[in-house]
Each structure stands twice: as C-alpha cells, then as structure tokens.
Design a protein. Structure first.
Length: 619
C-alpha cells in the first residue's frame, strides 16, 4: 500500500511530460515521437525520477500491438491490389537491399556479430512513417505520384516489422531450451494462424453484430480490446510475436462493416500506450554509453542517411520514377524509424545484443529523425527544373462517388461547383492537370487526379452512382470524346456539358445531351445589361432586353437545328424590343413544356419573315 502514491506520482510525471514535450516538439517541427523520447530521457536518465524503464516498457509494448492492429485494418485487399507493384515490388526491394547493405557495413567494420548486424541493419532499413507522412501532409503531396510511391514503401516497412520481430527469438543468444521439435513448432504456428483466420471469417462479424444491437458502447470497446489482445496472445502462445497476431486480426477485419468503429475504439488506447512506449525507450536510454560513443554516433548518422538515400534513389529510378521524384523519396525516407526502437528493444530483451548497444542504436535513429526536415529541404536544391506537364499524380479515387460527377475543373467548372456545393450537393470532381489539382487543394477543394477520357477512370470515380455527369472540359475535341464515351458505355447517363461556341452547341444538341451552355453566353448577356444600365437605361428595361435576346437566341438555335447554321442570321441585329412592364407572376400559372415549345415556334416563325443578316455563327 505504501507504494501506491508513488505509482500515481510516476503516472503523473509521465502524463505531464507527454503533455508538455509533445506539443513543444511538434511546434519546433521535430514531431511528437522525439518529444516523447526527450521527456523520457529527462524524467529517467537525467532527473532519475523513474528508474524502472524496462518494467514500463513491457506494458507499453501494447501500444505497438495496437498500432499494428490499426495498420492491418487499413490494408483492404482492394487497395493492396491497386498498389501491389510499389508495395510488394519497390517496398520489398528497399527493405531487403538496404538491410543487406547496412548489415554488411556493420559486420565488415566488426561492430557487432552477425546476429546483431542482421537485426541492426534491417532495423535501420525501416523509416519513420510518422515523420514522412507529416512532411507529405504539410506539403499537400500525399496524393502525388512520389507521395503515393513513398507511402507504398512505408506501408511495406510497417508490414516488415512483423516477420522481423518473429526473427528475434530465432537469433536470441539466450534462447530457452527447446521442448518441441522444429516440425512441431511449425505445425503449432500454422494451426494458430488457421484458427485465427477461421475466427475472423466466421466469429468476429457475428460477435460485433450481436454487441452492436445492445447499444452498449462500453461493451463494443471491451470487445475490440478483447479481439486485439486475444489474437496477440494466441500468436505469442504459438511461439510467434504478439505484433503478428494483432496485425493479422486487423487484416481479417479490414473489409468488415465495423472497421471504422473498431479503429475509433482502439485509437485512444493506441495513442496513449504508444506515447508511453517511446517515453519508456527514453527512460531506458543509457546516457553513459551514448557519451562514450559520441564520435561513432556522429559518423554513423550521415553514413546511415547517405546509404539509405542512395539505395532509394537507385530503386526509384529503376522502376521509372523521374529524377525529381526519386530525389524527393530518397531524402524523405533516409532516417531510422519508430519501429527500429521496437526491434532494438526486443533484441536487447532477448539477448541478441546488450542494452548498451540498444541505447546506442536508439540515439542514432533519434538523431537521424531529427535531421529529416533538413534532408527534405535539401531535396529542393537537388531537383532539376522540369515542365509542368511532368508533374504527374497517382490516380487515387478512394472516397469518390456522388450525385454529380464533374469532369474538368477550369474556371467555368469552379463557378458551377460552388453553386452545387452551396446547394448542399456532393460533387466528385476529376481533372487531368496535376497543377490544377494542387491549386484546388490550397483553396479547400477536394478533386481527384484522372483522365476523363478513360473508361477505367470514369468507373473508379463512381460514374455508376452519379445522377448527372457535368462535362466541363476546355477543349472542344476533349468534350466530344468524353460525351461519345459516355453515350456509348453509359447510355442512361444524364449529360450536362459546357460548349465551346454556337457550332459546338448545335453539335451537342444533335447528339441528344440533356443540357448544354456556351461558356461565354450568360456572362456576355450580363455584361451587356450592366453596360446599358451604366448608360442610363432603367434596370427593369435592361433586364427585359437581356431576356428578349436570350429568347431570340434560343429561337434561332431551334431554327438552326432544323435548317442549318445559315438560318436565322437576320435575328442578330433586329431592333431592340421595348418589353412590356414587368409584373409579379401569378403563383398559379406555370408554363408547361408544350407552351414553351409553342413560344419558341412563334419566335422561329417570326424570324423567317425577316430579311437575312450576317454572322451566322456569332455567339
């Protein structure tokens, strides 16, 4: 009982350290992870307020378990398949080649034995997901081609921690005496994985359905924790890592309808325990070892970052990345990562190397993480000037699908989109210009990069869900090509189109689209009306003249549809009409479609009776 107040004091210090250090380091651009590490070092090795860092670390490792569960939840098979080449090709090559290169360097210089060299080399091959994603988010580069490629590499690295952690017991110098044969161990592991897959396939979703019907929020949270810790414990009893069990449980639930709720339930526990894990790493750091090997650390950090950057650049160029993208990726991911802390701590606990070596490796990774913003800035100096058209983006349509699919986001479309959004309608917007996508994001528009002339892009953008397809592309030829594709593949689609000029309007009408509008017509009418008002014409009279011109233009279009482009030329310079005084319309009267058609026919008949004029195709 006497130790209870002391436990509360320790918890209070850890919480206080996290609350102070994390926002401070975030503000400095160094990230919250370094803040947690710094708080742990200050509370433990420097102030000596908490000395049981290893004990806290055992509890805090649950944060890593929960993190891997959430990573598994994000790995939907459809997304993995879409990014399979970069994830399993480029990502695997990066981990393997970088791990081999770094392990070889460590072994050649005799710094560690072969077991320690392998764990260290592959641990250093992993980069910091937290730091890299923070830089991508701040630069609005997450959906660029290089951003998606960098994310794919990070994703494979996150997956790679599972087999790397499973490798630790095999390399342990103080491995427990075997009570079973290797064949029995393998059979037990396979049986445990099969049991977990069976539970995920047939038990988990029905379980969550039953719990969801009760409406008890706390029971759902308890069930989520039970699934994660239960799966992790099952894998541990089978001789595998807890991290692998949690990861597999997440993958099994990735397609579940309860995925987002599970993630929301686990996230607070994951965040707190992960922060505690990094603080415990700081508590366990041996500053004496770091001070004694300061020169080695100062040499090792640039060697690590240079080796990783060179491997990353070469691999990215080999898979087709341009120079600029390869440079960006190489200097975005040269640091060690937070999973390195996990791997080195587990290796020290298993006896692969000493706790002092672990502290030395943690210091190297920490310093490389702190230098990440500097490396990202350096990439801008190494990039070459390139044409704007080369700035391509990855086609990522996650979340697409709305009542309106808008193709093209030029000035015309931007104005139309504002009307739709102000009216409470969801709009999926696609555009083939990466520069325009970047520019739109700075103004708060969420638009997707994609070529609207491609059938696969239209499907991915959710055309089957769209009630209206708005074709707002600039070039006449592009608009015609898209409309042809739409009418061929989606004959029931309602098409609204921006037309280039009067000829284009007539061509679109002949194709039977639902609505078209010349890009300059309405703005020209408004400009003319305002000019009349500035010249002294009364507002109501100017509006009447504008409306009369609009009616005559429509009547002329109807006539030209029937008789050709030369018809109705006389209607352009007819004398201005003095409109009747405008009166408030009666609420019980509305023009039917037949009435409007008769009005247009009358205007067309009136047009035939007038002498010809010129400018048949004027807007």
């Amino acid at each position: 009982m006497a130790t209870t107040p002391f436990i509360y004091t320790e918890a209070l210090m850890l919480l206080g350290g996290a609350v102070v250090a994390a926002p401070l380091f975030k503000r400095l651009g160094l990230g919250t992870i370094l803040g947690y590490l710094a708080a742990g070092v200050l509370i433990g090795p420097i102030a000596q307020r908490i000395t049981e860092g290893e004990e806290i670390l055992h509890v805090a490792e649950l944060g890593v378990v929960f993190l891997l569960f959430i990573i598994g939840l994000e790995l939907k098979p459809s997304r993995l398949w879409q990014m399979r080449r970069d994830i399993f090709g480029l990502g695997t090559a990066q981990v393997v080649i970088t791990g081999v290169v770094l392990s070889g360097l460590i072994a050649v210089f005799g710094l560690l034995d072969w077991r320690g060299s392998v764990v260290t080399g592959f641990g250093m091959a992993l980069s910091s997901t937290a730091f890299a994603m923070q830089i991508l988010d701040e630069g609005n580069d997450t959906n660029t081609r290089y951003g998606q490629r960098a994310f794919s590499i990070l994703l494979l690295q996150d997956i790679a921690i599972v087999p790397l952690l499973a490798l630790i017991p095999l390399l342990a110098a103080r491995a427990p005496e075997a009570t079973t044969t290797p064949l029995q161990d393998f059979a037990i592991a396979i049986a445990a994985i099969a049991a977990l897959f069976a539970a995920g396939r047939y038990l988990l979703n029905p379980l969550f359905q039953v719990i969801a019907r009760t409406g008890a929020r706390e029971v759902m949270i308890a069930a989520a924790l039970l699934v994660v810790i239960g799966a992790a414990t099952m894998m541990q009893l089978a001789g595998l890592s807890m991290a692998m069990g949690a990861f597999l449980a997440g993958v099994l639930l990735a397609e579940s309808s309860y995925r987002h709720e599970l993630e929301a339930d686990i996230e607070p526990f994951r965040g707190i325990l992960q922060a505690l894990f990094f603080m415990a790493v700081g508590l366990s750091l041996q500053l004496g070892v770091v001070a004694a090997n300061l020169l080695l650390i100062l040499i090792a950090v640039p060697v690590l970052m240079a080796a990783k950057s060179l491997v990353l650049y070469g691999l990215c160029r080999a898979v087709g990345s341009r120079h600029n993208d390869a440079v960006r990726i190489a200097l975005l991911l040269p640091q060690g990562g937070e999973f390195g802390f996990v791997l080195f701590t587990a290796a020290a606990a298993a006896g692969v190397f000493s706790q002092g070596v672990s502290s030395l490796l943690v210091a190297i990774v920490t310093l490389s993480m702190a230098l990440t913003p500097v490396a990202a800035l350096l990439s801008k100096r190494l990039m070459r000037e390139q044409d704007e058209m080369e700035d391509e983006m990855e086609e990522n349509f996650e979340g697409a699908g709305a009542d309106v699919l808008m193709i093209g986001f030029s000035r015309f479309a931007q104005i139309a989109a504002q009307i739709l959004l102000a009216g409470g309608r969801d709009v999926t917007i696609i555009d083939h210009s990466a520069a325009r996508v970047h520019q739109a994001e700075t103004f708060g528009f969420r638009i997707y990069f994609g070529d609207g002339t491609r059938l696969d892009v239209l499907r991915a953008a959710g055309i089957e869900k769209a009630k209206i397809v708005a074709v707002c592309t600039q070039k006449k030829e592009t608009t015609d090509r898209i409309i042809g594709l739409l009418q061929s593949e989606f004959p029931n689609a309602r098409i609204f189109a921006r037309s280039y000029d009067r000829l284009h309007t007539l061509e679109l009408r002949s194709k039977g689209i639902d609505y078209e509008l010349r890009e300059t017509f309405e703005s020209g009418l408004l400009f003319g009306r305002k000019t009349l008002e500035a010249l002294g014409v009364a507002g109501e009279e100017a509006i009447g003249i504008m409306d009369d011109i609009r009616r005559r233009d429509e009547a002329r279009l109807v006539l030209q549809e029937a008789e050709g482009i030369s018809a109705g030329r006389h209607m352009l310079h007819s004398k201005p009409v003095r409109p009747e005084p405008l009166v408030k319309p009666r609420r019980d009267v509305s023009h039917s479609a037949e009435t409007q058609e008769r009005m247009l026919s009358a205007l067309a008949a009136d047009a035939k009776a007038r002498p010809d004029d010129t400018l048949a195709n004027a807007d």
